[in-house]
Design a protein around this ligand. Structure first.
Ligand SMILES: Cc1cc2nc3c(=O)[nH]c(=O)nc-3n(C[C@H](O)[C@H](O)[C@H](O)COP(=O)(O)OP(=O)(O)OC[C@H]3O[C@@H](n4cnc5c(N)ncnc54)[C@H](O)[C@@H]3O)c2cc1C
Ligand code: FES
Length: 285
């Protein structure tokens, strides 16, 4: 058990990172890798439970700590994170090898509102690595497919080489009845025979339902704003559109205010918000 009193609360690691081992590393797309991890202390690992939509704080020893979503759903076989190199800590993580150690705090944040969306059509619209935080929600919804109506993923990327989780999406398309996946690229490269155009152009091509529908949207700001505009133009209410906010985080537990946006703390109130809530925060996504 952790030697620090109060460090573990309800299975969450609060202040001192628990040491974990990098078991396997897989290349995803350019500058993006998936890291399979497990916490070394078996008691703490067995208590470690997370909800789809939550995040952890990951320490790369000697480099720093950063917030990272949990693309692995609780239903998945293996715990993993998927990370793009953007700065000092993520670059240090990408330099690690299987067997190396990292630190984990969390899980933190609210998670996706599955009870609220039961019985509805569920549309996931992602741009590039925006699919990472949505992955765990898709896994959960597909596991409970009978509780939902149509389930669609619309994914856009610069080129076909930049589509996240391509193999997993293909497996779901083969294996899960009723799962619909539509891909597009900004620029067609040699061999691409699918759709070309920004991801919002898939909304009509996929004949998305609007009645009894919720949408989860995640991606770069321009893509996000365009998709939201197009969804609302078609009649989807802002309270039926969800996204996850990313803000720079330090403590992860509502103490330091680093993640404050208006009156909300993304680490405790978020990271999942409805677009109606996001609009009131007075800050761009
Ligand atoms: C809830 C949550 C979930 C997340 N999930 C993921 C995930 O699943 N995968 C993932 O890859 N990332 C995720 N992130 C983003 C990740 O936490 C950040 O990118 C993190 O800052 C990376 O740390 P770094 O040290 O590598 O980069 P940093 O040094 O923090 O740099 C990150 C970016 O900010 C810019 N930057 C740095 N300092 C400044 C400055 N002073 N002024 C302006 N710009 C600056 C850099 O140029 C770079 O583009 C998530 C963030 C949050 C809050
Ligand atoms: S990260 Fe410290 S309050 Fe949210």
């Amino acid at each position: 058990m952790s030697a620090i009193a109060g460090n573990i609360q309800d299975g969450r690691i609060i202040t001192i990172p628990e040491v974990a081992t990098v078991e396997e590393i897989r290349d995803e797309i350019r500058e993006v890798k998936t890291f399979y991890l497990s916490i070394d202390d078996r008691d703490i690992w067995s208590q470690f439970k997370w909800k789809s939509g939550q995040f952890i704080m990951l320490t790369v020893f000697g480099a720093g700590e950063f917030a990272v979503s949990l693309p692995a759903a609780p239903e998945d076989d293996r715990f993993h994170i998927t990370v793009r190199t953007v700065g000092k800590v993520t670059s240090a993580l990408h330099a690690l090898k299987p067997g190396d150690k990292v630190g984990i705090r969390g899980p933190f944040g609210n998670g996706f509102p599955f009870e609220e969306i039961k019985g509805k059509n569920v549309i996931y619209v992602a741009g590039g690595i925006g699919l990472i935080p949505l992955r765990s929600s898709i896994v959960h919804v597909l596991q409970k497919k009978n509780d939902f109506e149509r389930v669609l993923v619309l994914l856009g990327a610069r080129t076909a080489e930049d589509h996240m989780y391509k193999e997993t999406l293909a497996q779901w398309q083969k294996g899960v009845a009723g799962f619909e996946c539509h891909l597009t690229v900004d620029v067609a490269t040699l061999g691409w025979t699918g759709e070309v155009g920004f991801v919002h152009t898939l909304l009509d091509k996929a004949k998305i339902p609007i009645e009894n529908t919720v949408a989860f949207v995640c991606g770069p700001p321009v893509m996000f704003n365009t998709v939201i505009g197009e969804l609302m133009k078609r009649g989807l209410s802002d309270e039926h559109i969800f996204s996850t906010l990313e803000r720079h985080m330090k403590c992860g537990v509502g103490k330091c205010q680093h993640c404050a946006v208006g009156r909300t703390l993304v680490c405790t109130d978020g990271p999942v918000y409805t677009f109606r809530q996001i609009k009131t925060l007075g800050e761009e996504i």
